[in-house]
Design a protein around this ligand. Structure first.
Ligand SMILES: [Zn+2]
Length: 91
């Protein structure tokens, strides 16, 4: 009886987890989109205006999902890790 409960719970947990991951990957830019944005910016971070390698940058939605932005290359900008981490303070 108890084992049954645990199995049921962990099954639900796994389901929720994998659903979250799916949603997350849907909102994540793929390599091609990142490279496109990176080349458009010529490797310059739009926040601190310094040059970074592609591997040092993270993709960001120009128009956030919460405001109706979608995960397309045109809505992608590459920020350096520091700016991506602190950008929340600027909005
Ligand atoms: Zn930066």
């Amino acid at each position: 009886m108890e084992d049954d409960e645990i199995m049921k719970k962990s099954g639900i947990y796994r389901y929720v987890l994998s659903k979250d991951l799916r949603d997350l990957s849907f909102r994540t830019f793929d390599k091609k989109q990142k490279r496109e944005a990176y080349e458009r910016q010529k490797g310059i971070c739009p926040y601190c205006h310094k040059h970074f390698e592609l591997e040092e940058m993270e993709a960001d939605h120009i128009k956030p999902w919460s405001k109706g932005g979608t995960t397309i290359a045109d809505n992608c900008q590459m920020l350096c890790r520091d700016c991506n981490r602190t950008k929340g303070n600027k909005y």
